[in-house]
Ligand binder design. Structure first.
Ligand SMILES: C[S@@+](CC[C@H](N)C(=O)[O-])C[C@H]1O[C@@H](n2cnc3c(N)ncnc32)[C@H](O)[C@@H]1O
Length: 348
């Protein structure tokens, strides 16, 4: 075990010490940070694995309210304004960072205010806190924007801080949820890995019947006019099914839902072509347990569920990461920063 103790006390040149003690590791008392926390998909997964969230942040006050009511932890606000020295240390960093500005990152020199690119903010915390493990989530397209160069730069930046890093597109459908939701997942670890042991297809998909409420209130049923429009466009082969209307007006139906989206039109997903999903059903489609308290309006909860990370999907990844850290594949090698690795425009 002595190499492990060396690792936990290691202070790579020019970087903050790893904020772990061997005692905490032995006690499995892992702590974590939940950045861009929304309503806490990462929090639920962390709690299921016995990890303790010690700091969270989200700029949206409704998300903060829901988070506080459910987990008793009040998220901090704008991540740009948070100084890493003002928050507690943590062992793991989790974050589903907003993705809007990525389309411009391809022209790296072109964007004027790198503080708007939220990945830099996460990097600020990774650099300062040296969490032993990191899991980040973003849209599937992050893997392909600018022919993969954006993702590669993100991986390079994390790697330049001494981490093993990897990424993969995972689909919530393969993790027990009846929702087709593909997301780019990035993992990083201070304990090196050759290849990250990604979980794949870990659970059978829950049937929709277990997601749908028995007697949804009338307000979720759409008008006869919309129902007729859907019926004219589509005939379903199965019931229950989620009918999906795409941007071109084409309607399809499946025994699973297409991805929930925060800003999509109200009726793009309809149960059997006749009613919208209730907030509870939306939360279930993301893997939130039924004891999650709904404390915001339908509109806010719909936005929150549409933004959330699928719980069992990230939980499976986090579990593999914790397993790896507790039983590393390769012995720790002291890290020497590589000055030749290019960095982002200076934002830290
Ligand atoms: C994709 S969602 C993350 C959802 C979360 N992982 C969950 O499971 O609910 C991104 C979140 O980042 C938040 N956000 C955007 N800009 C922010 C900022 N400057 N500081 C903190 N949070 C921010 C948004 O309010 C939103 O809730």
């Amino acid at each position: 075990m002595s190499d492990q103790l060396d690792f936990f006390n290691a202070t790579p040149e020019g970087l903050a010490p790893v904020c772990l003690s061997a005692q905490r590791r032995q006690d499995n008392d892992w702590t974590c940070a939940d950045f861009f926390c929304g309503i806490g998909g990462f929090h639920v997964a962390a709690r299921n694995l016995g990890l303790r969230v010690v700091v969270a942040c989200d700029i949206d006050e409704h998300a903060q309210h829901a988070y506080h009511e459910n987990y008793g932890l009040k998220p901090l606000g704008d991540i740009v304004a948070i100084d890493p020295n003002d928050v507690p240390d943590f062992d793991f960093l989790f974050g589903g960072f907003p993705c809007q500005p990525f389309s411009i990152i391809g022209q790296r020199r072109a964007f004027a205010d790198p503080r708007g690119v939220m990945f830099f903010q996460l990097l600020k915390f990774i650099r300062a806190k040296r969490p032993i493990g990191v899991v980040l989530e973003n849209v599937k397209q992050l893997s392909t924007i600018a022919k993969g160069q954006v993702l590669q730069r993100i991986l390079d930046d994390i790697s330049s801080l001494g981490y093993s890093v990897d990424s993969k597109v995972l689909n919530a459908l393969h993790f027990g949820l009846p929702q087709k939701r593909e997301r780019t997942i990035i993992v990083a670890s201070l304990l090196p890995f050759r290849t990250f042991p990604w979980p794949v297809k870990v659970a059978a998909r829950k049937p929709l019947s277990e997601i749908l409420e028995a007697n949804p209130p009338d307000k979720y049923f759409v008008s006869e006019r919309i129902r007729r429009k859907r019926r004219e466009a589509h005939t379903a082969k199965v019931t229950p099914a989620i009918w999906h209307e795409n941007k071109g007006g084409n309607v399809s139906s499946h025994e699973w839902s297409c991805a929930l989206r925060a800003g999509a039109s109200h009726n793009y997903l309809l149960v059997d072509g006749i009613r919208r999903l209730t907030p509870r059903e939306q939360l279930r489609l993301q893997g939130f347990p039924d004891d999650f308290k709904i404390v915001c309006s339908d509109a806010q909860t719909r936005k929150q569920a549409g933004n959330a990370v699928p719980v069992p999907m990230v939980q499976a990844v986090m579990e593999r990461l914790v397993d790896h850290i507790e039983t590393p594949e390769i012995a720790w090698q002291p890290f020497t920063p590589q000055p030749s690795i290019p960095t982002w425009p200076d934002s830290r």
